[in-house]
Design a protein around this ligand. Structure first.
Ligand code: T6T
Length: 353
């Protein structure tokens, strides 16, 4: 694979694997945000930040309290998003608290939403764990007068949220298939390792990939297996599927843990480099897999920017302004060939801020 890009998530498909452009993510030197509860100190500064695709930052929501509820704690994607949230909140003079469940599971996240709602911050920035099951506690937060911004994942019924900010995940799935076509022009069987049903983002990625694969007569889509958002199960389903379907030429792993596990499965099967892996996200272990040749391309999202945009939208709503209802953020496609580029380096997720 020879080319790389940083493209807007919406409509990214056509532009896959083109020339390097500037990545939209930026680095932060703000205090670390982990899955554990943390807060950024309020600052007197109230600066308008310019963020891609979003409404202008609030000029003066200073002193507001925001809580970021992660989809799952300990995931580099949400760690990086938390860095963006903390940095932007600090700029605006707002405080942020970060919490997340130990697993990507609405039965664990919902009680967190309820306890945060009881504490009544001015805004909740949340990645809902399930399109349906997360709706009732989020609706209760909105009914309590808390401004809610949906980050990354969304709900089947997102009504009442001031903004939804994410990658174009369907396009990302189609982009992954474009990468497969480039890596394996002759075609063959393709397979998806996904997290669990009901997560909007990864379901959309799977749908985008499956639709594109089914439309190409050179390829046979053999289906999807679920890993419950764990790398160990992703490795197991990858191994099992390779045994069941020896004609598999490429695997699409829909998120960070799926990609890590698929890489392990490929290695254990002795198929590294022979079966191509396209993974979503770009945390350090995925980058290592890219360097080792167990993964051929990574679709890095812009979690830092999702975080800064989310704070801006919450701040706008809290200041009585009109928030931008939907914001799409960019992808950066990382390959071994372009890994050293500034765009790729900037797109790698953080383990701390
Ligand atoms: O891929 C991201 C996120 O977009 C998705 O909703 C869940 O998984 C990640 O957090 C990566 O693990």
């Amino acid at each position: 694979m020879k080319r790389s890009l940083s493209v807007p998530a919406a409509g990214a498909t056509a532009a896959l694997l083109l020339g390097v452009t500037a990545a939209c993510s930026s680095s932060s030197s703000s205090p670390a945000a982990t899955g554990a509860s943390s807060s950024a100190p309020a600052s007197s500064a109230s600066a308008a930040a310019s963020t891609s695709g979003s409404a202008p930052a609030s000029a003066g929501s200073s002193g507001k309290s925001m809580t970021f509820i992660q989809g799952v704690a300990g995931d580099g994607f949400y760690v990086t998003m938390g860095c963006g949230i903390q940095a932007e909140a600090k700029k605006l003079g707002d405080t942020v608290n970060i919490q997340g469940p130990s697993q990507f599971d609405s039965t664990l996240q919902n009680p967190i939403i309820e306890s945060v709602t009881a504490a009544h911050p001015d805004a909740i920035l949340i990645a809902p764990d399930d399109v349906a099951a997360s709706r009732p506690p989020i609706a209760a937060a909105m009914a309590a007068g808390i401004k809610v911004v949906l980050v990354d994942t969304t709900l089947a019924d997102p009504s009442g949220a001031v903004s939804q900010i994410s990658s174009d995940n369907t396009a990302g799935g189609a982009d992954a298939f474009d990468a497969v076509k480039e890596l394996v022009p002759g075609g063959g069987q393709v397979f998806v390792v996904n997290t669990k049903p009901g997560i909007s983002t990864t379901d959309q990625r799977t749908a985008g990939f499956a639709a594109a694969a089914k439309a190409d007569p050179k390829f046979t889509y053999v289906g999807v297996q679920y890993d419950q958002d764990t790398a160990s199960l992703a490795a197991q389903v990858t191994l099992a599927e390779l045994q069941k379907n020896p004609g598999i030429v490429a695997i699409f792993a829909t998120n960070l843990f799926s990609a890590e596990g698929a890489a392990t499965g490929i290695r254990q099967a002795g198929m590294a480099g022979k079966v191509k892996v396209i993974g979503f996200d770009a945390e350090p272990d995925e980058i290592t897999a890219l360097q080792q040749g167990t993964v051929q391309a990574l679709i890095a999202q812009s979690p830092y920017t999702i975080g800064t945009d989310a704070v801006d939208q919450a701040a706008a709503a809290l200041a009585g302004k009109t928030a931008t209802p939907k914001i799409g953020t960019k992808f950066t496609i990382i390959t071994a060939a372009n890994l050293k580029s500034a765009a790729s380096q900037a797109a790698i997720y953080k383990t701390s801020c």
